[in-house]
Write a protein that binds this ligand. Structure first.
Ligand code: ATP
Length: 286
């Protein structure tokens, strides 16, 4: 396991993981567990097409790089109570993943405040925290160590993780040979083997097969019943309706609607089903 220890230090340095541990919050069901106040996230967008690193470097030292400030989230307010399940909807680039990264503390807002009162298991980017060079078995120990668990604790959860992932036959294969669905199985099984206060699941579950998706949905429901708070991003409106009781619809970093999941999902679906606006249609015809 020496290489697991080395990888842990390497990943710790890259801060891939958010702080995590088994359920610790003292927040009671129905009390605020996540609070965002006027949160704004800005990115720098490079306006020039730079084809290679050399050109990038030359433009950088000659101060020819042009950046444009881009607001990915604008003055977002959010109050999530313990035990709620929130779905985040919006078209591509609306700011959904950015919002999850703020709650996971991967991104720090340019302005506004973020309060998270509990432990977070974040399934945000497929493969984050999974080392492709290591085997599935080593990755379970690596992830567990990164999440702050003792070797004895990981060993006690090991069989559950393997059983849930259904990767028994691939335990000693390097993860680089895994399909994206297999990586998702591994990541989901590790993240949910413990009981985080908050489970954050981005679209990554979309790559699993239908049967595994159902299994993940059932697991998330069981976790919710057990008091976990869920933040869920999906383009599958039916899945959000089924899994969540609250929803937020984002568009270009702004909140369009927030409320109970059925109402927000129906409004979003109606907008998506509506014919494209005349302006866009005429632009397409040109
Ligand atoms: N690190 C970054 N640097 C610059 N721009 C970024 C960065 N991360 C995200 N963005 C931009 O912020 C906007 C919001 O991105 P985000 O990934 O949150 O959208 P999304 O709603 O999750 O979209 P999708 O449904 O396509 O996953 C996009 O325009 C994206 O290009």
């Amino acid at each position: 396991m020496a290489n697991v220890e080395e990888k842990k230090n390497e990943l710790d340095d890259k801060k891939i993981f958010t702080s995590n541990a088994q359920r610790t919050t003292t927040v009671a069901k129905g009390e605020t567990i996540i609070e965002l106040k006027d949160v704004t996230i800005r990115f720098n967008k490079n306006n020039l097409k730079v084809d290679n690193l050399k050109e990038y470097f030359i433009r950088l030292v000659t101060k020819q790089l042009m950046f444009q400030e881009f607001i990915a989230l604008k003055d977002i307010n959010l109050d999530i109570k313990k035990g709620e399940a929130w779905g985040f909807l919006g078209t591509n680039g609306a700011g959904k993943s950015t919002l999850l990264k703020v709650v996971s503390r991967i991104l720090k807002p340019a302005s506004g405040t973020v309060k998270v009162s509990g432990t977070v298991a974040a399934l945000i980017e497929l493969g984050a925290g999974i080392d492709p060079q290591l085997t599935a078995r080593e990755n379970i120990f690596l992830n567990g160590t990164l999440l702050g668990y003792s070797k004895a604790f990981i060993e006690s959860k090991f069989d559950d993780i393997v059983e849930f992932s259904e990767l028994q036959d691939f335990l000693d294969s390097p993860v680089k040979n895994f399909s994206s669905g297999m990586k998702t199985r591994l990541a989901f099984s590790i993240a949910t083997a413990v009981e985080p206060d908050i489970l954050i699941a981005d679209e990554i579950l979309a790559v699993g097969d239908m049967r595994f998706k159902k299994k993940c949905a059932a697991k998330m429901t069981a976790m919710l019943e057990d008091g976990t708070t869920l933040l869920y991003v999906s383009h599958n409106i039916a899945a959000v309706k089924k899994q969540c009781n609250k929803a937020m619809w984002l568009d270009h970093g702004n909140v369009v609607m927030v409320g109970d999941a059925d109402t927000v999902c129906d409004a979003f679906k109606a907008e998506m089903d509506a014919p494209a606006p005349a302006k866009a249609q005429s632009k397409d015809k040109k």
